[in-house]
Design a protein around this ligand. Structure first.
Ligand code: GAP
Length: 440
């Protein structure tokens, strides 16, 4: 894309998301609701594919990681022990002139209000806890307080012994989880980059303390390569180690995988060495043993934890931005999402050239054959050129056109998204052809 295109990439991606059914503002018919978003018919597929690609790489293709799906509602004892009640805060300042609120650590100039540009108008910073609280049950009291988890990670720590005792795993091994987390962010924004309700993909990898540094390096590389393998250009990705004063209260070391967003480098994922902070904290607070007896060496130890923690919704947005492209084709601008086939919402679109019943019949047969294998779109309205453009904007790798020749030769035209090249393929070979091309 040209530089002019890159500069308004964000606006274009947001427009495309709305126009094609990726992401809608939540409760839009009521004017929207505070940086919340709904994932539409196409977005839900892309988001699911991002999560599936993560699960495939982190759980399915490994023998040393198992899955978990822990509850979102969590009692205060967990957050007391984890340090979140005390430390999961951001510094909040109010502008005395315009009454807007800001996160002090995110201001370009800590003396100037970015809204009304008044200088020296901020109140003293106060620590604002980001956890959402609610009540479990009909009575509102301190005894019924529950929190919506602000990270999925604690479910893995509180279930450490359960998993150890039931899964036949021993360190080094990991527990992975994908699910919603909630943070009462002071300044949500940049579309779905920072929202109050979002999805995380986290894995806690429990290792012998002596091996922690080596595993930390290993997971930094693995996670960085995951984004590359799914098609993000190397020049849009970097791995940035945290300075000592940036580290979370639990972390001994952290590196962020960062993506070049339209506003600059920003975080996609953090890989942290959490040491034995969490298991020790929960063992002390609960009185349960959360350690491991290594029979081979006849020693008991508390494993260290290496944690790759990614955001599913934020990562989906990065894949969308990285895939967005525009090019001139025969005097017209073609918008195309060059998504990796594994992430593409639909792998295939079946497009009968006309709505005539003789074509619909064979097109439905083609659809049913292909649909068994992948998510497939079926579209029989508008001129074929416009339908191709629509599929390009959805990132569909292959369009299968059923035309009147199909009735004679029992073959279809397969069009590839990126090159727009077309080949004729017998219907009998179509699934095998697409399987080879998609190479999932
Ligand atoms: N368990 C460690 C942890 O939660 P984090 O860096 O606070 O670490 C991990 O969060 C990832 O979750 C981030 O890298 C980001 O991708 C995603 N994330 C965090 N807060 C978010 C928010 N408000 N909106 C969207 N994604 C968010």
């Amino acid at each position: 894309m040209t530089e002019a295109h890159v500069s308004d990439l964000m606006e274009k991606a947001v427009n495309l998301s709305k126009r094609r059914g990726f992401i809608f503002p939540s409760a839009e018919i009521y004017g929207g609701f505070r940086s919340t978003y709904d994932y539409g018919p196409i977005g839900v597929l892309l988001l699911r594919n991002v999560k599936d690609a993560w699960w495939r790489s982190m759980v399915q293709l490994r023998h040393d990681v198992v899955g978990l799906d822990a509850s979102i509602l969590t009692p205060p004892a967990v957050w007391e022990a984890s340090g979140h009640l005390q430390n999961f805060t951001d510094p909040l300042v109010d502008c005395r002139k315009c009454n807007e609120r800001f996160r002090l650590d995110k201001l370009d100039d800590p003396d100037e209000c970015p809204n009304c540009h008044e200088r020296g108008s901020f109140t003293e910073a106060r620590q604002f806890n980001l956890m959402f609280s609610t009540n479990a049950g009909p009575v509102e009291s301190a005894a019924t307080t529950a929190y919506l988890r602000p990270e999925t990670a604690q479910g893995m720590f509180t279930n450490f012994a359960n998993v150890l005792n039931t899964s036949r795993k021993k360190p080094p091994f990991g527990i992975a989880q994908v699910g919603k987390s909630f943070r009462n962010e002071i300044t949500p924004g940049n579309f779905v980059f920072r929202t109050r309700e979002f999805e995380q993909m986290e894995m806690e990898f429990f290792v012998p303390p002596a091996d922690a540094d080596q595993w930390y390096e290993y997971w930094c590389n693995e996670r960085f390569n995951w984004y590359l393998e799914l098609g993000i250009d190397a020049d849009k990705l970097r791995l940035r180690p945290h300075e000592a004063d940036e580290l979370s209260h639990y972390a001994r070391a952290t590196s962020d995988v960062e993506f070049m967003f339209p506003w600059g480098w920003d975080e996609l994922e953090g890989i942290a060495n959490r040491g034995d902070f969490d298991l020790n904290a929960h063992a002390t607070a609960s009185g349960e043993k959360l350690d491991f007896f290594d029979q081979a060496n006849n020693e008991r130890y508390t494993p260290y934890v290496i944690e790759p923690a990614a955001g599913a919704t934020r990562t989906m947005m990065a894949f969308l931005l990285a895939a967005y492209d525009e090019e001139e084709v025969r005097g017209e601008t073609r918008t195309v999402l060059r998504l990796h086939p594994r992430l593409a919402p639909y792998k295939v679109a079946v497009l009968p050239l006309s709505k005539k019943p003789e074509l619909s019949g064979v097109a439905t047969e083609v659809l049913e054959a292909v649909q068994r294998h992948w998510m497939v779109d079926y579209d029989e309205t508008q001129a074929i050129g416009r339908r191709y453009r629509r599929q390009d904007e959805l990132g569909t790798p292959y369009c299968v056109t059923v035309d009147f020749d199909t009735l004679d030769d029992q073959a279809v035209t397969v069009r590839e998204r990126d090159t727009m090249e077309q080949v004729r393929v017998p219907i009998a070979d179509l699934v095998a052809h697409l399987t080879a091309q998609l190479a999932l």
